[in-house]
Structure formats: structure tokens, C-alpha cells
Design a protein around this ligand. Structure first.
Ligand code: DLL
Length: 430
């Protein structure tokens, strides 16, 4: 089922809507947000200079740093008494990034979620357990109201207390799980340790996973453990939260709701707009936000866009799985390293499980890189020779892909830390 007509418009119908909404958004921020007005004036652009989608290029970028500098409400475009909800994204240091919603923004958010959950195959016959932490994080509340709007029963268990989650899942006959992919893996392990086989003892048939990246190998592992279809969705608090894009059952990229979010791909170093199909940083202009409209917001997420219509009947552009962030590049011994490169290598080896850690330290002014990875608990390695061969093969692959010689530490299953929310994989201790 396609939730909304806007998901299957022809390109020219869609662009007509986008241009009108773009003009409104630009006028809205120019009038109501000093930060954007100043930026536009510095570039000598006035709202009436934006007449076509191509004129987007004339507009300034905005970043998370801009939200931080204007903490807490400096980029809001409506009076504070029109804001009915605040969320914030967790910064590891310093102040969080605060985002606000008017009632219309909240209603639109539910519309966006209703779209992504129906495209993944959720129906009114389902019961959905939301295992995102309820709180300032946008994940839980965003999914919650959108699922209800779609008429689907919500079980707001929040994250943690995994044994109880599993008990309720069994007793209530939950059919859909909402969580981060890493928590789904962790829950699967706990289930097995309690003698529950999620595949046969539970009724979960679909996963709506997001909030962090995951490889195809992780998807396969989740599907195998749970006997479910594991779908992925994408979003970020600054733009609304979850609901920016989601996979349909064809699992062929995430459909962006383009009547709400106007995407561009840029070269993260130069800011140059790249042609369709090229990989770069995703930049989004919100087209329908009242409280916190953002112009050319730099997500820092690296992806590619595909404009060919999907066989599901939707015509909206699809974004490829995020392959990293332009700001998560690590420099080790002068070599650029993206954590997803490590995940890519490790996921090629069946003998390894999906949990790993990248640890970087400095000893005597020199960087050292260690990769810890768990063995796959479903496979046993019979001899020391076999283990050594595996180690040599992984080291070789890492050397070829990373251009670095990390220390490799293959550890026993279930020894690395597990997460109930977004997983932490990188420990830069320098
Ligand atoms: O994580 C919003 C969300 C919640 C999306 C639940 C989907 C489900 P933030 O906490 O602001 O918002 O973090 C946003 O998380 O820029 C990406 O780097 C990352 N991220 C979110 N979804 C995905 C995904 C929420 N499917 C940041 N794949 C984003 C890869 C993702 N990264």
C-alpha cells in the first residue's frame, strides 16, 4: 500500500510542488530567522531571487554547528509559544542540539512516519514494540505517533530491560520491532540465552531499524536470527527525526519524502553540487517545517541518490545506505580511515560476528590502531591452524583496504560491549 499520493507523482508534478514550497520556506526563514537573513544578505541573495530549483545553489549552507552556536532556540522561525514539543540530540560533549515543532510540524511528522512504516509493509493488523529510548531522542516519539496515525497498535516499551521486552513480545504477540539494528542483535542474543528462539517462539515478522548505520551483513544476521524482514529508515533530529527516508519491501534504497525534503549531494570538501548517482554528502532543505526550517542543511552523511522509479510504484528518489560520515574520518599515522571501511572488511568473513571495536591510541607520539572483533558464535573453528589462517586473511584484507597494518584482536563471542541504543564502535583515546 502507498500511504500518500505525493509518493508517486511524476517528476514534473513533484517539482512544481517543491518550487512553491521552496519559495515559501526561503521567505519564511528570511523574515523570521536572523541567522539566515544575515547569511543571505552576505551572499547578496533575496527571497525573490529563488524562482526555480536550480536557484537552490545560490543559498547558503547550514550546519549542526550553527544550531549549537544559536543554542537553544536561536534558529527557531516561530514565537516560542507556538512550539508544542522540544527534542534534543545527544552530543557527547557540550550542549545538545535543540529542535522544536509546532503542532503542524508534529502532524506532518506523523504523516512522514505513516509513509515509511506502510512502505516497509506494516499494517493495522500489526503490533509494534518501540524499543527506542523515550525521551529527548526523536526516535521513539516520532515512530510512536506516526504508527498510531497509520492505525497500528503501539507498545511503548522503550529500550533496556531486555528480558521484560522479550516476555511482553511473547505475551502480546508483537509482530514488528522498532529499534537500532545493534539493539536487535543484542536482543536476539539475550533471547537465545533465555532459551527463546526468536524465529519460532516469537511472532516478529518485520523490523523497522534506524538511528545508526548497519551493513548488509548485519541485516542478514538479524533476519536469520529473528526470521523477519529487516528494513531500514533514516532521519536526523535537525530535519525532523526519523521519517526523512525509508526502505520499501524491495530493499533497494530508502525513499526520501521529497515533498518535505529537497535533497542534494555535494562534494564535502568543496561544496560543489554533484550530478545524480555520484557519491557525496547529503544536503537537505526542509520544505514544510514551521518551527525549525533549515536551508541546505549539511547532514555529513555520505550517500548516493537514484532517481529511477522503484518497482514498488513510488517515484520518489532513493538514497543508498549511508556509507559513512564526512566528519567521522579518522586520521591514523597520517592515513585517512572511515569506520565503515573496517566494517566492510570484517563483514566479508563468515567466521566473524557483527560486533567490533576500533581503538586508537598514542604511544610515544606514535598512533596505534587496534581492531577487536568477535568470532561468530554459530561457527566453530576446529584447529589453531585454521584460526591462524583466518587471522592472516583478515589482516591481509585490512592492509589492502585501509593501507594500514592494525593490531587484530579476535575475541570470543559475547565479550565486547552491547548497546541498547546507537552502538559505539570507535574509541579514539589519543
Ligand atoms: O537518529 C533519527 C532517527 C531515529 C532515525 C530513529 C531513524 C530512526 P539523530 O540522533 O539526530 O537522529 O542522529 C542522526 O544518525 O545524521 C546519521 O548519521 C545517523 N543515522 C540515522 N539513521 C541512519 C541510518 C536520529 N538508517 C544521525 N543509517 C544521522 C545510517 C543513520 N545512519
Amino acid at each position: 500500500m502507498i500511504w500518500s499520493n505525493e509518493e508517486s507523482l511524476s517528476r514534473s508534478e513533484l517539482e512544481k510542488i517543491q518550487v512553491e514550497k521552496l519559495k515559501d520556506t526561503v521567505a519564511h526563514v528570511y523574515q523570521n530567522v536572523e541567522f539566515f537573513r544575515n547569511k543571505m544578505q552576505n551572499l547578496n541573495v533575496r527571497p525573490e531571487d529563488v524562482k526555480t530549483l536550480d536557484d537552490l545553489k545560490k543559498l547558503p549552507f547550514s550546519t549542526k554547528e550553527d544550531l549549537r552556536v544559536n543554542y537553544p532556540f536561536g534558529l527557531f522561525a516561530v514565537p516560542e509559544n507556538k512550539v508544542v514539543r522540544l527534542h534534543a540530540s545527544s552530543g557527547t560533549t557540550g550542549k545538545p542540539t535543540v529542535v522544536g515543532y509546532t503542532q503542524k510540524d508534529i502532524d506532518n511528522w506523523s504523516e512522514l512516519i505513516a509513509r515509511i512504516v506502510t512502505m516497509a509493509g506494516a499494517t493495522v493488523d500489526d503490533k509494534v514494540q518501540i524499543a527506542f529510548k523515550y525521551g529527548l531522542f526523536t526516535g521513539a516519539f516520532g515512530l510512536h505517533y506516526g504508527l498510531e496515525k497509520a492505525g497500528i497498535c503501539v507498545i511503548p516499551t522503550s529500550s533496556g530491560n531486555t528480558e521484560k521486552q522479550l516476555m511482553l513480545m511473547k505475551d502480546f504477540g508483537t509482530t514488528i520491532l522498532v529499534s537500532t539494528p545493534s539493539y536487535a542483535l543484542h536482543m536476539g542474543e539475550i533471547a537465545h540465552s533465555l532459551g527463546i528462539d526468536p524465529k519460532t517462539d516469537l511472532k516478529i515478522r518485520l523490523g523497522l531499524f534506524g538511528g545508526e548505520g548497519s551493513s548488509e551483513a548485519t541485516r542478514e544476521k538479524i533476519q536469520k536470527v529473528w526470521g523477519m524482514l529487516a528494513t531500514e529508515n533514516y532521519g536526523l533530529s535537525e530535519l525532523i527525526g526519523p521519517g526523512v527516508a525509508g526502505e520499501c519491501t524491495h530493499l533497494n534504497g530508502m525513499h526520501i519524502s521529497e515533498d518535505f525534503f529537497l535533497p542534494e549531494i555535494i562534494n564535502p570538501k568543496t561544496g560543489e553540487v554533484l550530478p545524480p548517482g555520484e557519491k557525496g554528502e547529503l544536503v537537505i532543505t526542509t520544505l514544510n517545517k514551521e518551527a525549525l526550517p533549515l536551508i541546505r542543511y549539511r547532514t555529513r552523511d555520505i550517500t548516493r541518490l537514484f532517481y529511477e522509479p522503484c518497482s514498488c510504484g513510488r517515484t520518489t528518489v532513493r538514497m543508498e545506505k549511508i556509507s559513512g560520515r564526512s566528519d567521522d574520518m579518522l586520521i591514523v599515522k597520517g592515513v585517512n580511515l572511515f569506520p565503515t571501511q573496517v566494517e566492510e572488511v570484517l563483514s566479508k568473513f563468515d567466521a566473524l560476528g557483527p560486533h567490533y571495536e576500533i581503538v586508537i591510541e598514542k604511544h610515544n607520539y606514535l598512533d596505534s590502531l587496534e581492531i577487536k572483533v568477535e568470532l561468530n558464535e554459530d561457527l566453530s573453528i576446529d584447529s589453531y591452524q585454521e584460526f591462524e589462517r583466518l587471522e592472516q586473511n583478515i589482516k591481509h584484507e585490512l592492509r589492502v583496504v585501509l593501507g594500514l597494518e592494525p593490531k587484530l584482536n579476535i575475541v570470543n563471542p559475547r565479550t565486547l560491549q552491547r548497546f541498547e541504543g546507537k552502538a559505539k564502535r570507535v574509541y579514539d583515546l589519543r
